[in-house]
Design a protein around this ligand. Sequence first.
Ligand code: ADE
Ligand code: ZN
Length: 352
Amino acid sequence: MPLELASRLDKIGRDELPRLLRDMPKCELHIHIEGSLEPELIFALAQRNGVALAYPSVEALRDAYAFTDLQSFLDIYYAGASVLLKEEDFFDMAMAYFRKAAADNVVHAELFFDPQTHTDRGVPFKTVIDGLTRASETAQRELGLSSALILCFLRHLSEEAALATLEEALPYRDQFIGVGLDSSERGHPPEKFARVFARCRELGLHLVAHAGEEGPAEYIETALDLLKVERIDHGVRCVEKPALVERLAAEQVPLTVCPLSNIKLCVFSSMDQHNIGALLEAGLKVTVNSDDPAYFGGYMNENFDAVFNGLPQLGPRHAYQLALNSIEASFASDEAKSAWVEKLDRVFADAG
Ligand SMILES: Nc1ncnc2[nH]cnc12
Ligand SMILES: [Zn+2]
């Protein structure tokens, strides 16, 4: 950031933060759309589709959201997704998310979706992607919110299964912009998916992967070197290798950090222990995201509020940097990015 801009932003009082965090335009780059299914919608879709749930009420389901690690969350997350059967279900789920995102001044969202969670239950790939695409087009038209889809392979399944999913997805190639890697990280290193990522690269798809959430810092390195990803999802365990931190800063590799998720899944014990401030100060291209907002206690602005309330050393300059990083790290066009940066500058010009 130019020194002149930094010193101007440092003169803005911390009391302006609530407004700035709310009003600043931002991109969301790490949201699993199935993780936006609120308990109320899970119950409504279960009733609409005649699906039996293991919990008697919305309250009982929400009470079960006491996670001890990633796997304890994933078990409940996959059970919640079992209510999604029809195109309309995927549409309704995504529209509910887009409305919340627009209210948080998210101008662009890149949505992960997990096709294998649905195709393995007999739901056609077309049903999933058509529902999400129709929601994305509706959000652009009705909310002015830009979005794109990123297909995630489930890393607890085999690479053969990922390759078969890619084949199934190819007729819809123009409906998604990239691929990612999610689900249980430990014991499923990036290299397990080297062939399918190489194929996606040949196809001109954008590449991202979860790495260094629960898994070791080495997974970040192998995701970069073997899978050739453009962004790292989470990546907070990079601090365990100082040379890797230096590399991430030098190469400006975006990290899509998910603060509330990290607390809920016990990656950090509390927000004052989170390393997002340290990573920002070290010059890494860090962004703030919600991951699975229906499960982790908040959407984008709740994540920003939690970070700035938990880490008093962060101020308006950091808020600006996080919003700018999210715009720059997105896969949107340069033209769209310039327009959002102008908007961001206007919000901060009004402060101080
Ligand atoms: N935080 C997360 N990590 C890995 N896989 C996920 N799938 C949904 N949320 C996830
Ligand atoms: Zn995630």
